[in-house]
Design a protein around this ligand. Structure first.
Ligand code: ADP
Ligand code: AMP
Length: 213
């Protein structure tokens, strides 16, 4: 099963993608997590990506497409995957489509997690992330058991630099300009499903599993 998560930054794509990955036994592939891991390890890719991420801009397609295609070519992706944060532009979606076509494969479902802009800034300022294992929490809605500490790996939780309100506004603009057109792209392919992302996370997940079966 090959699934794409669509939606504004902070809509809950990562939260739902992790739950999907666990239920269906497929890897959760997040380009944002891959970039953050590279930044943490001080790689050249990380340093380059950081320039864009800190401003709320997209990392150029050439860089992003390569890391994504390398990742999904790994053995654990053979039975499928859930993509979170990729594609984010029409050219990225087209490259993915061509790569899948060559293998005689296709995306089974693109899930659009719909959350209005008004809710997004609040979601992002409350998000706390574990940069070690990728877990995410929300200080009000999905708090960790111990304040500031990751439940899974006990590392310190942080407010991501790009979750500060001034950067979030940029990211929302970039989303509307460059990523939202993908809703039409996948509607045209007959695979788009929209869920109400403002609901409680378990209710959002129930709506998704009703779609995926
Ligand atoms: P995305 O991957 O789309 O950027 P996240 O999954 O990281 O978004 O979610 C953004 C923030 O909103 C996180 O702090 C997360 O804990 C919180 N969140 C996710 N889903 C819900 C929900 N259904 N209701 C309330 N808060 C949520
Ligand atoms: P995310 O963790 O998905 O919110 O992504 C964080 C940041 O990483 C984004 O704001 C972009 O700067 C960058 N990024 C992640 N995925 C992509 C992508 N598919 N294309 C371009 N930039 C990306």
């Amino acid at each position: 099963m090959k699934i794409i998560m669509l939606g504004a930054p902070g809509a809950g794509k990562g939260t739902q993608a992790k739950m999907i990955a666990e239920k269906y036994g497929i890897p959760h592939v997040s380009t944002g997590d891959i970039f953050r891991a590279n930044i943490k390890n001080g790689t050249e890719l990380g340093m380059e990506a950081k320039k864009y991420m800190d401003q709320g801009l997209l990392v150029p397609d050439e860089l992003t497409v390569k890391i994504l295609l390398d990742r999904v070519a790994q053995a654990d992706c053979a039975e499928g995957y859930v993509l979170d944060g990729f594609p984010r532009t029409i050219p990225q979606a087209e490259v993915l489509d061509e790569a899948l076509n060559r293998l005689g494969e296709k995306i089974d479902c693109a899930i659009n997690v719909d959350v209005p802009d008004e809710n997004i800034v609040k979601r992002m300022s409350g998000r706390r992330a574990c940069l070690k294992c990728g877990a995410t929490y929300h200080i009000e809605h999905i708090p960790p058991k111990r304040e500031g500490i990751c439940d899974s790996c006990e590392s310190e939780l942080v407010l991501r630099d790009d979750d500060k309100p001034e950067t979030v506004q940029n990211r929302l603009k970039v989303y509307h300009d460059q990523t939202q057109p993908l809703i039409e792209f996948y509607t045209g392919k007959g695979v788009l499903k929209t869920v109400d992302g403002t609901a409680d996370m378990q209710d959002v997940f129930a709506a998704i599993t009703a779609i995926l079966g």
